[in-house]
Design a binder for this molecule. Sequence first.
Ligand SMILES: Nc1nc2c(ncn2[C@@H]2O[C@H](COP(=O)(O)OP(=O)(O)OP(=O)(O)O)[C@@H](O)[C@H]2O)c(=O)[nH]1
Ligand SMILES: C[S@@+](CC[C@H](N)C(=O)[O-])C[C@H]1O[C@@H](n2cnc3c(N)ncnc32)[C@H](O)[C@@H]1O
Ligand code: SF4
Ligand code: SF4
Length: 327
Amino acid sequence: MMTDGLGRRISYLRISVTDRCDLRCRYCMAEKMQFLPRNEVLSLEEIALLADMFVARGIRRIRLTGGEPLVRRDIGDLVRRIGRHVGSGLDELTLTTNGTRLSDHADMLTGAGVRRINVSLDTRDPERFAHITRGGRIAQVLDGLDAARAAGLAVKINMVALKGVNDDEILPMLHWCDAQGFSLTLIETMPLGETGEDRTDHYLPLTQVAAMIDAHHALTPLPDRTGGPARYHAVDGLRARLGLITPLTRNFCADCNRIRMTCEGKIFMCLGHEDHVDFKAALRSGGVGAVEPLVDRALRLKPAAHDFRIGTDLAPATRRHMSVTGG
Ligand SMILES: Nc1nc2c(ncn2[C@@H]2O[C@H](COP(=O)(O)OP(=O)(O)OP(=O)(O)O)[C@@H](O)[C@H]2O)c(=O)[nH]1
Ligand SMILES: C[S@@+](CC[C@H](N)C(=O)[O-])C[C@H]1O[C@@H](n2cnc3c(N)ncnc32)[C@H](O)[C@@H]1O
Ligand code: SF4
Ligand code: SF4
């Protein structure tokens, strides 16, 4: 079992399997991104070995993310490999995806033991989707969602709430999710990495959004926890649950159980801090045995909380984009 310096039990590992993506969401990435050269990126076997080590150390949930996890070649091999732990070491293997390639992978995911996925969709309007993602085609995501349903995957839609961009779509999105049998999680935009845009312009506190929804459908907090940061609510008159991820208006750091591994083998102990431990050199020179002592060093680095601020002149909390650590 892993415990950090503040006594928080670490049981959830998020693995960013690639820093690449086929979209360029305006709140996440800059238009022109420089991605890692391939030799800097861990092989699937190296990622799997580190995942095995973390499961042996007490990780109970793994979420694969990115960049876009489904653009990594042979991703199916990795999902199947880590999926072997589901039901023994792991309670759950999940994935967060933009959905563009889900049609090709939904059956593979269920076959590998994945039961639920999170799909990011900030708008249902094709032109707005193309604008937010800088060129994405929404039809691919909608096809992917159909494939996920057909494969029996439970789907949660992630929507970053953005003032003046998609705030008029929040209630319609909730109704649509309800009709589709999905749940919806709203997310406050976080200041990570320069994107070429000012996030303050579009920051929308979810306290305001929850009050707006509550005026139409009373919200009742639920005790449900998934291991992630969302706080869930029952929505009067609808089956869909509503999750709220509020790093800025109500942070959830005191209960944090999460660590993150990037595709180049860096372990970040907090989404909002630069401190990390690099496993790659040790892994490549001495195998997993050489990495074990570094885990303890990493655990001591975990901060009490992030120090994200929005609406100030300060630069983003980290220069790293969300896509590097996978959210
Ligand atoms: N500040 C902060 N944000 C997080 C953390 N974990 C996830 N998020 C954010 O939550 C959003 C949704 O993340 P997902 O990948 O869908 O995962 P999740 O909602 O934690 O997953 P489940 O609750 O297991 O469904 C993303 O914008 C993440 O950046 C965290 O530890 N701290
Ligand atoms: C970085 S993406 C990686 C996985 C996949 N490409 C996707 O979009 O689902 C994971 C989640 O982070 C969210 N995200 C990205 N940048 C963000 C930011 N600056 N603030 C809040 N959430 C962000 C995305 O909307 C997505 O739901
Ligand atoms: S949010 Fe996901 S889909 Fe959008 S640019 Fe970032 S990594 Fe790509
Ligand atoms: S911001 Fe850092 S400490 Fe807070 S919940 Fe996220 S990872 Fe944990």
